[in-house]
Design a protein around this ligand. Structure first.
Ligand code: NAD
Length: 346
């Protein structure tokens, strides 16, 4: 195989390190680009066989058309979710591959880290003791033991999160559009989950159907003081409604690793700037909201798996006819893709 050229968009130091390590034999010619993939930047992929993108690169119709016209054959997502790619439009033009799992533990453990930080006020205590303030006033938390957690999405991450919660002695109820048979998981309707949960954690993909599933109506049905954790995708929550829910003291706390408008902000240092997003600024200003910037995946184990799987996907795509980690809009509509990953989807 001739050396395949990859334009690697939105490259961060930690990406470079793991991909340079995984590509140590220089099998691929990778150009690392700081910029995100947009209509304006896609020309940087000129002469490349593949582009490698992450969660906030916008792979819309125009980008797909331009990449296709340049002869790019493959879009290699170095993440699991693909809601930022118009997969239906890409079908028949450019193949899409992804990393379906790199460390579900990383994300599930981060969700629990956020929950514990929030309810035990660790974020407040850390700042206090750094300033030699050893007062405990305002740091009262609550036990997780005996509380009910509602888990939405019981795939790889959701199930690990369920196991962690059970380890804490919590009662687990769950909702999944495709409940797992014989899993021992107590599935309930969404309404029942809203009503019974002390803590709600989102672990499902973002689709057109579940965009803003946490909104003013669903929040109305929740317990007063409920804690919401989102490590999935920002647009599962209507952020403006969340601000109102917190202001009304209905929502007890929010732990957010993702945010619906994150692509303009996350992964960048704006510490010397005025952030224009008023909703995000309001959320961050609240003492019972913790925001991390799409960090849940960020462990050494996950980065190594992401790099190895992504380069493996590119190798397999160009060397063989098989493409086990391909996504197409037919695959996404469970089971309707004829190729079932034994061949390329088109
Ligand atoms: P998965 O595919 O293993 O599981 C997803 C589950 O959601 C499946 O059981 C599926 O049946 C269910 N589901 C699908 N549509 C649903 C709906 N409308 N309502 C309820 N459930 C639905 O995926 P996973 O590996 O567990 O990842 C879950 C999500 O976590 C991903 O979609 C991604 O958005 C997010 N994620 C975030 C990070 C991060 O760093 N924050 C990293 C990886 C993944």
């Amino acid at each position: 195989m001739d050396k395949k050229k990859i334009a690697f968009f939105d490259a961060k130091d930690y990406d470079r390190q793991s991909f340079i390590n995984s590509n140590r034999d220089e099998e691929f010619d990778i150009t690392y680009l700081d910029t995100r993939l947009t209509v304006d930047t896609c020309k940087l992929a000129e002469g490349c066989d593949a582009v490698c993108v992450f969660v906030n690169d916008d792979v819309n119709r125009e980008v797909i058309d331009r990449l296709y016209a340049m002869g790019v054959k493959l879009i290699a997502l170095r993440c699991a979710g693909y809601n930022n790619v118009d997969i239906e439009y890409a079908y028949g033009k450019i193949h899409i591959v992804r990393v379906p799992a790199y460390s579900p533990y990383a994300v599930a453990e981060h969700a629990m880290a956020l929950l514990l930080t929030s309810i035990r006020r660790i974020h407040k205590a850390y700042i206090r003791t750094k300033d030699f303030n050893f007062s405990l006033n305002g740091l009262t938390g609550f036990d997780l033991h005996g509380k009910t957690v509602g888990v939405i999405g019981t795939g790889k991450i959701g199930r690990i999160f369920i196991d962690i919660c059970r380890g804490f002695g919590m009662k687990v109820i769950a909702y999944d559009k495709f409940p797992a048979k014989d899993s021992g998981i107590d599935y309930v309707s969404l309404d029942e989950l809203w009503e019974k949960s002390d803590i709600i954690s989102l672990h499902c993909p973002l689709t057109d159907e579940n965009r803003h599933m946490i909104n003013a109506d669903s929040m109305d049905k929740m317990k007063k003081g409920v804690v919401i954790i989102n490590t999935s995708r920002g647009a599962l929550i209507d952020s403006e409604a969340l601000v109102e829910g917190i202001k009304a003291r209905k929502i007890g706390a929010a732990c957010l690793d993702v945010y619906e408008e994150e692509s303009n902000v996350f992964f960048h240092d704006y510490s010397n700037h005025i952030v224009n997003d008023d909703v995000l600024a309001r959320l961050i200003s609240m003492p019972n909201v913790i925001v991390t910037s799409h960090q849940a995946f960020l462990t050494n184990e996950a980065l190594t798996n992401i790099a190895d799987t992504t380069l493996g996907n590119v190798r397999e795509f160009f060397e063989k006819d098989t493409c086990p980690n391909e996504v197409c809009y037919k695959c996404a509509n469970i089971g309707s893709c004829q190729q079932t990953h034994e061949k390329k989807c088109f």
